[in-house]
Design a protein around this ligand. Structure first.
Ligand SMILES: Nc1nc2c(c(=O)[nH]1)N[C@@H](CN(C=O)c1ccc(C(=O)N[C@@H](CCC(=O)O)C(=O)O)cc1)CN2
Length: 297
């Protein structure tokens, strides 16, 4: 068996075309043009590339872009001051603080300081709390982008999660912590197991999974012998492998490429969940602007 491809690049392009039309409708209705802001602390090349991608998407769909860049040695107070500034800025509809932050910064305190109504990542405790509380009837809450990206990527390939056994690898805040709350909503109805570095027998969990969401950041952690034939595999995690000869570092996903010979569907990495995460981020900003305008999509 050779797996079919969950094409995140093409799907994200289609979502962004729909979003561009929604932005045009808002502006034509006399509403202010929505704006996405990003806060980047430090010069990590990976984070800087992700932030550039977010602004590219933002411009493509017609959003205004606001970029805040602080040095790696910025203090907690300096980062908080930028957060306060964006909370008060009417040109900023939604924003994200790019993670990870430098080690000396208290990330939880920064995420908690974001105005929940402007939390484009859906990572503020109020929004995560609403996600958990609101299990049966969705209210307007920004949802975390990567978990939503995974679900949207499956839905747009007509893959239903109802009754499926989903095994998620990784308990990080951007994916693992919230994906179970989303996938176990009645409208989706999956059964989710969250595994992590403390899980005693990861291969045993993987071997019985209908769907694997690999978000550990460990290169080629998911091996073909641990995947049930016909399973759906989403490769979310990424590691950078330095080139031994000093060339450009290579991006490596959590899934061994040979898994494509066992799975029924697989998301490539790059080109899978990453572009979808960015599309769902700008989607959150458009939804926030529509909500403010009294329009529900
Ligand atoms: N505030 C946040 N920080 C981080 C998040 C997040 O959702 N919010 N997730 C990750 C990084 N991330 C978004 O910020 C992200 C990762 C990957 C991609 C992406 O499009 N990847 C491309 C490849 C890009 C490349 O070549 O470098 C792909 O998969 O095709 C977008 C966003 C951690 N931080």
């Amino acid at each position: 068996m050779t797996a079919q491809i969950l094409d995140g690049k093409a799907t994200a392009k289609a979502i962004k075309q729909e979003l561009a039309e929604r932005v045009t409708r808002l502006v034509d209705a006399g509403r202010p043009r929505p704006g996405l802001a990003t806060v980047l602390v430090g010069d990590d090349p990976g984070s800087a590339a992700y932030v550039r991608g977010k602004h590219r998407d933002s411009e493509q769909i017609g959003l205004n872009s606001i970029q805040k860049h602080l040095p790696a040695d910025a203090t907690q107070e300096e980062v908080e001051a930028v957060v306060d500034e964006l909370n008060a800025d009417p040109a900023c509809t939604g924003y994200i603080v790019q993670l990870p932050l430098p080690k000396h910064i208290d990330t939880d305190a920064i995420l908690e300081r974001i105005d929940p109504a402007k939390d484009a990542d859906g990572l503020h405790p109020t929004n995560l709390g609403r996600l958990v509380l609101n299990a049966y009837s969705p209210i307007h809450t920004p949802l975390p982008c990567t978990p939503r990206a995974v679900i949207e990527l499956l839905m747009r390939h007509d893959l239903d999660l109802k009754g499926k056994d989903v095994v998620v690898i990784g308990r990080g805040v951007t994916v693992g912590r919230s994906i179970g709350a989303l996938m176990t909503r009645r409208a989706i109805n999956a059964t989710v197991t969250l595994t992590h570095t403390g899980t005693t027998d990861l291969p045993a969990h993987l071997r019985r999974a209908d769907v694997i969401v690999a978000a550990a950041g460990v290169a080629h952690l998911v091996r073909p012998e641990d995947v049930k034939p016909g399973a759906i595999v989403l490769d979310v995690g990424v590691s950078r492998q330095e080139d031994a000869e000093g060339g450009k570092a290579k991006l490596v996903g959590d899934v061994d490429p040979a898994v494509a010979e066992v799975a029924s569907w697989i998301s490539p990495n790059p080109g899978g969940v990453g572009p979808m995460t960015r599309a769902l981020l700008v989607n959150n900003v458009v939804e926030a602007a529509e909500h403010a305008a009294g329009i529900e999509a």
